[in-house]
Design a protein around this ligand. Structure first.
Ligand code: GLC
Length: 423
């Protein structure tokens, strides 16, 4: 099934890592897996998880102001703690924490009120489920997959019946999410701990798509995934097909008191422009406190990015990947009719901006947002090798504080010269 077009047009999503790990501010699930904290200490956080100021409508409004068109919340991370009142398994915030209510439903409703698509993160793995550590990976690629007590049977003896029960539990939970909240996107994780054939993904995909055939699935559904998910670093070459970069605002997915290493708005604008310039989406992660509030530092980054996007929306939503590297020193995007090129300039151009290899005649250049027209001329070239299109630098008053975008209107669809010059 082709990927839903809303996804490629959306450009920005917000990732929300919300869970009991925010109580002590320890790494989500991983902190007991790695032994940073004891399992007992980790699970004690259930008692401190209140969601006392959880206000998904306020968060959804913030995400909309950030310019996001979807959000993805951790309905259940590797620690197995479900954020809704699941009928499967024995671990959710409704029965086991003072929050004592479903947190997923109000989140989905609030996003929809803001016109945002609803994404839910769900980990295939559950390090707390009694039936999970029951089989071995036949071809492990991660070091401790067959030795970790949370993943593999301690005595090395497999228990296929336990594994079958585990898959029924996982499929049942995903079925609940699909039927109750009708997510537009399911973001799976944890797939590396088993081989594709062990995960039973054909049945899971069939279950999801029977509920809603338009559900978008990330690549951690392996053969059933719709798009690639590079993590924490902008790829240097666009991955094949649709993709989404997930990136933390600071250095942590979930809330951690001591992590003040926030990316600046300027850096986030760069990550975003570089990502969409290569045809991807950015899934920018925030980690709410245990009470559900988003820190001022994270909210300010979202607002800042949103301000830039709002002023440059024409260069963002619905556009496609722009020029390959080498034509312009910065990212660029292209209008869906391929007739307007949006050149992103991170530093204020001092003299002129040169575009190389452009075969089109340029009709008009202006600064996106202020509308100021800019002059240009073509210098050099031969009949078959285009010269350089030099665009005169905008005046200081037309330069954006984060990144200036030049809209270059072409005489037809973008036509690039990609050769090696005249023989
Ligand atoms: C990794 C981590 C996980 C995090 C995810 C987000 O897979 O295991 O903790 O949720 O990245 O992409």
């Amino acid at each position: 099934m082709p990927l839903q077009s809303w996804f490629s047009d959306a450009k920005l999503g917000i990732f929300v890592h919300y869970g009991i790990y925010a109580v002590d501010g320890v790494p989500e699930s991983w902190s007991f897996y790695t032994g940073q904290v004891s399992h007992e200490q980790y699970m004690k956080q259930l008692e401190g998880f209140t969601a006392a100021r959880y206000d998904p409508r306020e968060s959804a409004a913030l995400f909309a102001r950030a310019g996001a068109r979807y959000a993805v919340m951790t309905a259940r991370h590797h620690d197995g703690v479900a954020l809704w009142d699941t009928a499967l398994g024995d671990l959710d915030v409704v029965r086991h924490t003072p929050a004592a209510r479903d947190l997923v439903g109000p989140y989905a409703d609030a996003l929809r009120e803001q016109g945002l698509k609803v994404g839910l993160y769900y980990s295939h793995s559950d390090w707390n489920h009694p039936d999970y550590a029951s089989v071995l990976h036949p071809r492990p690629t991660h070091d401790d997959v067959n030795t970790s007590r949370w993943v593999a049977p301690a005595d090395g003896v497999e228990d296929p019946a336990a594994w079958a029960r585990y898959l029924a539990y996982r499929d049942g939970q995903v079925g609940e999410l699909v039927d109750r909240y009708r997510p537009d996107l399911l973001w799976f994780d944890g797939e590396w701990e088993r081989a594709e054939e062990q995960w039973g993904l054909d049945a899971l995909a069939a279950r999801i798509l029977a509920g809603n055939p338009d559900t978008v699935l990330n690549a951690r559904m392996l053969g059933h995934g719709d798009y690639a998910t590079p993590e924490q670093g902008v790829p240097l070459q666009a991955p094949e097909g649709p993709w989404e970069l997930c990136l933390t605002v600071n250095d942590s997915w979930g809330f951690q008191h001591g992590d003040t290493n926030h990316k600046s708005v300027r850096q986030l604008v760069r990550y975003f422009a570089e990502t969409i310039g290569m045809g991807g989406n950015l899934l920018l992660d925030v980690g709410p406190r245990e009470d559900g509030t988003i820190t001022d530092e994270q909210a300010a980054r979202l607002e800042g990015l949103g301000g830039w996007i709002a002023a440059h929306r024409e260069a963002v939503y619905g556009t496609v990947a722009g020029l390959p590297a080498g034509h312009h020193y910065g990212p660029s995007t292209l209008s869906p009719d391929r007739r307007t090129l949006y050149l992103v300039c991170f530093d204020p151009p001092r003299d002129s901006v040169g575009v190389r290899g452009l075969r089109n005649r340029v009709r008009r250049v202006s600064v996106l947002g202020t509308g100021a027209p800019l002059t240009h001329r073509v210098v050099g070239g031969l009949a078959e090798v285009p010269g350089v299109t030099w665009i005169d630098a905008p005046a200081a008053r037309d330069v954006d504080a984060y990144a200036t975008v030049l809209a270059v209107e072409l005489d037809g669809e973008l036509d690039l010269y990609r050769g090696t010059g005249r023989d």
